[in-house]
Design a protein around this ligand. Structure first.
Ligand code: ADP
Ligand code: MG
Length: 322
């Protein structure tokens, strides 16, 4: 199978957007611009051994390589539109390609994203997606707009993906069904596409949670003119599944330090909290207020004893133990 057969067989797919004038098959894609909108462009690479284990299911990998990019678009408040896929593959294995592309397009189709091009070459497994999306002019959500006193929110639950990583790394004998649901959060993160777009009028700043809540929130705080953030530990939204496997106390460091959840963390002036409650109901997605932006730089955590302490990473989570 040569490169052109491979692209034809696995990656040529119906166009989902009117804006794609020329898609896969020419030297470049030709995309119509939108006069009243800004184009948001994101890119992310997954490397074997760094971002995923070599035994991961190819369909999950296809899904996730797109999902992490759609999550970045969501954090910017953008409506996803198109993607490009750069594949570096050790071999062209038809079975692997079949599953990988099925995983990729399961998410692309659901989110109305058209694959408009890419590149395919031979080498150590490495997957890069570049994606584009649209926001009304001047309305992109950035990291630098948070203000002192803003409420800090997170969507969904936090810590599941990092707990999933522990379970994959050191399987234990706990309930397999619960375990699978936590591990699914690691394998198939849900990009918060609708939430990101709906937050445009209300959020002063937003970021997606890839490195961990404390680390990602620190990016917002620093970018917003050197503010700080205070997180109330007992407000952190933990999943029922995670709580079946670990105690709340055990989960807090994972929720603060663990990455890969791909939830959105965003700041909203207190007077708009009613809008956020309504939005959570409309999207059937928990949006939890976890603390407030503050003028003291740093990430601060209020523990169950009410004492405020500066957040310090509990070390390398992979070696986290009781
Ligand atoms: P060129 O040699 O002109 O750069 P290629 O032979 O690399 O073109 O690619 C031919 C066409 O297939 C181009 O439209 C390119 O965007 C597309 N393409 C290549 N690899 C992929 C891929 N992995 N996924 C989607 N489209 C791809
Ligand atoms: Mg060319």
């Amino acid at each position: 199978m040569d490169e052109f057969q491979l692209i034809d067989r696995y990656f040529r797919h119906p166009t989902l957007s009117d804006g794609v004038k020329v898609g896969i098959g020419d030297d470049g894609a030709v995309l119509a611009t939108r006069s009243d909108q800004d184009l948001v462009v994101v890119t992310d690479t997954l490397v074997e051994g760094v971002h995923f284990f070599s035994d991961v299911a190819p369909a999950d990998l296809g899904y996730k390589t797109l999902a992490v990019n759609l999550s970045d678009l969501a954090a910017m408040g953008a409506e996803p539109d198109w993607a490009m896929l750069n594949l570096v593959l050790p071999t062209a294995n038809p079975n692997w390609l079949e599953q990988f592309s099925a995983g990729f397009f399961s998410l692309a189709d659901r989110c109305h994203v058209t694959l408009v091009g890419g590149d395919t070459s031979c080498g150590p497994l490495n997957l890069t997606v570049t994606a584009g999306g649209w926001v009304p002019r001047g309305q992109a959500l950035c990291r630098n707009g948070a203000r002192n006193g803003d409420f800090i929110y997170v969507s969904g639950t936090v810590g599941d993906a990092a707990l999933g990583l522990q379970l994959v790394s050191w399987p234990d004998s706990l309930s397999e069904r619960t375990e699978n649901r936590v591990v699914d959060r690691l394998r198939r993160p849900e990009p918060r596409t609708l939430l990101g777009q709906a937050l445009r009028p209300w959020a002063t700043a937003a970021i997606d949670l890839s490195d961990g809540l404390a680390a990602d929130l620190a990016h917002v705080a620093v970018a917003s003119g050197g503010l700080g953030a205070v997180i109330e530990e007992d407000r952190l939204p933990l999943s029922v599944e995670a709580l079946e496997l670990r105690t709340r106390k055990q989960l807090i460091p994972i929720a603060l330090g663990g990455g890969d959840d791909y939830e959105l963390c965003f700041c909203v002036p207190p007077e708009h909290r009613g809008e956020i409650d309504r939005l959570g109901n409309r999207l059937s997605l928990p949006l939890t207020m976890i603390g407030q932006m503050d003028t003291t730089p740093g990430i601060w955590v209020v523990g169950e004893n009410g004492v405020r302490q500066e957040y310090r990473s509990s070390g390398h989570l992979h070696y986290w133990a009781d």
